[in-house]
Design a protein. Sequence first.
Length: 183
Amino acid sequence: MKKQILAMAITALMAGGAVSAASAAPFTTNTVSGGTVNFVGQVVDAACSVSSDSVDQTVTLGQVRSAKLTSAGQTANQKEDFKITLEDCDTTVSQNAAVIFNGQSDSAMAGVLANTAGAGAASNVALQLYGPDGQVLNIGDTSSAVTLIDGENVIPLSVDYIATGAATPGNVASTATFNMVYS
């Protein structure tokens, strides 16, 4: 019995030593390329900062039948809402905020965003923006103002399809940039 216990103790010590020796073995690693992370930001001297959720947005408009866009100036009457959120607003700096959109203007109708969808694009269709008051907001124009409160503020906006002639089916896309105007 004593021999058996001694043999088990020796086996246990040897096994422990093997584990320790394996743990002490050098660890090799493989490094592979993973990708790129771009960091962008901006420091501003303004009444508010634009929320990162509002800086780069995609607004998806629902499908519309071409039969709703048969003559120039006709809208689809299916506005899609979106917003610009302002953070950390200080009303001792400014009391109002407005927005100006810029982008490629449609050649047939001034003030609306041109359809830049490329191959397969719908023809005679553009995008009309609407300001916080629900009124038409032409690109390059300053929207109606929103009265600021300290902290977070939301500027409600919307967009709709607008015909520049008899619309034909296809894709619609456009890009606009915006600037905030504080007063």
